[in-house]
Structures are given as structure tokens and as C-alpha cells.
Design a protein around this ligand. Sequence first.
Ligand SMILES: NC(=O)c1ccc[n+]([C@@H]2O[C@H](COP(=O)([O-])OP(=O)(O)OC[C@H]3O[C@@H](n4cnc5c(N)ncnc54)[C@H](O)[C@@H]3O)[C@@H](O)[C@H]2O)c1
Length: 260
Amino acid sequence: MRLEGKIALITGGASGIGLATVQKFVREGAKVMIADIDLERARAAADAVSGEGFDGSVAAVGVDVSVYAEVEAAVARAVEHFGRLDVIFNNAGIAGGRPLLEHDPVKDYEPIIRVDQDGVYYGILAAGRQFRAQGTGGVIISTSSIYGEQAAELSFTYSAAKAAVISFTRSAAYELAPYGIRAVAITPGRVGTPIINQFSDDLKATFASEQLRDRMTEPSEIADVVAFLASDESNVINGTVVHVDDGYSVFKQRLDLPVF
Ligand SMILES: NC(=O)c1ccc[n+]([C@@H]2O[C@H](COP(=O)([O-])OP(=O)(O)OC[C@H]3O[C@@H](n4cnc5c(N)ncnc54)[C@H](O)[C@@H]3O)[C@@H](O)[C@H]2O)c1
């Protein structure tokens, strides 16, 4: 098993990509602390995964990743419960937006920056300190987005926060390498989770057409890559962005061009 004996903290682990990653990690031999703002859902997820034959492998803690003290406490809880920390997956995120010139900064800038940007910084800081104290090294994986590398509709703030995640990853990899710590960012494309499933079928079909397999990505497909990135098999991948976007970022749209 790829993650045998590893201890991981997964933020946003109660739903979507985070939950699929919790499931994948325990199947690969890891022990996982689910850290989510929705504690009830996080506990239910932990119970469900435990009930699938993984009793003792998963627990839950409430955290608002936009508050450093809470992230630090979640890391401490994982260490207290499982004895150590080897991997943090900074994945909790919120989306939403409106056209730039209609922004109310308090509603349309600050909350997304606090969760999607500050929350990842706090995860890197708290886990990095823990890894250094342990002297064991560690892996930091953070969820950016295709929007972290491009402009998009209603995405001014979200794109900025997701771009920061990529920058944090490069700098963290550089600064923390002497402690044996790796940092990697992933950029999902269109993944079938509540963030996207709220949209109409027509819009979802358009989203699917933006990817090379002409379908939405399953959360479990992202989780498969995250498990690889958390494992020692990917020790040479550091400070970089792994595009988990089914080709979204390599083309604009399929054109029905005549041969010429
Ligand atoms: N679904 C997609 O297509 C897609 C594409 C690119 C990037 N992403 C990113 O993937 C990550 C996971 O998203 P998802 O699609 O699985 O969404 P999701 O809504 O299913 O899951 C997000 C989880 O984060 C938790 N959360 C929200 N705010 C929090 C906070 N302040 N503190 C702690 N937990 C909090 C939620 O309770 C939820 O469990 C996000 O960072 C998102 O931006 C998603």
C-alpha cells in the first residue's frame, strides 16, 4: 500500500475532492484526520469510512481554516490522536463571485481570500512547523485550480487566491527543503462536486466539453493523484503544479475546421 503508516490531515475532507481523498488515503494504508468547518458532516464522513473496515484509521476535527489558531489546533489534534503528522492536504475552499465592478469588497473579496488563500498559508505554516519539530520531513499538497492560472468569468478573487496557492507552493518547497519537506499544488479542472453540481445540466455539459474526455472529472480521480503525490513514489515532484484538469488548460475549444 502506497501510504502505509502515513498520518494525514485533510482540510475540507467532509465533501467532494477532500472526502474522496480521505477514502483513497485510508485504502492506501494512511490514517486521516478530517478537518472541516462542517464538523457534523466531518464526523459522519469519519463514521462512514470507519465502517467500511477502517476502524481507528479516521477521525474528525472542526476547523475554520481562515483562523490560524484553529488550523494550528487541528494539526495538534491530529498529532495527539495519531502520534505524528506526515502529510497535509490544504484543500478546503469556497467559490463564488460577481463582476469586478459590482464587488462589495467585504462580501466578494475578503471571505474567499480568507479561506482559499489565507487558509492554505495557515496550513503550510502549521504543518511546516510540526514537520520541523518532528524532524521527519513531510508533504504539503494544496488545492489550487485551473483558475489560478487564468482569467475567468466571475473569478477575480477566486483566481487571485488560487494563484497565491501556486506561489506559496513554490516558496514553501524552496524554504522547507532543508527540513525534508516537499510542497506541491494541484489544479483541478471541472470536478463533479457540490461546488459545480449546483449548476444547470446545460452548463455542466459545457464544462464537460472543456475537458479532453468530454466529461466531468470524478473526485476519486483527483484523489488518486493526491495519493501518489503524498507517497514516497513522487519524491522528485517538488515546488510545482500538477495539472489534474483532463487537458482543460491545453486547448480552448474544439473547432469543426474544414481540411485546408
Ligand atoms: N469542483 C471543482 O470543479 C474544483 C475545481 C478546481 C478547484 N477546486 C477546489 O477544490 C477544493 C475542494 O472543493 P470541492 O469541489 O471538493 O468542494 P466541496 O464544497 O465539495 O468541499 C469543500 C469542503 O471545504 C469545507 N470548507 C469550506 N470552508 C471551510 C473553512 N473555512 N474551513 C474548513 N473547511 C471549509 C466545506 O465544508 C466542504 O466540506 C476547493 O479548494 C476548490 O476551490 C474545485
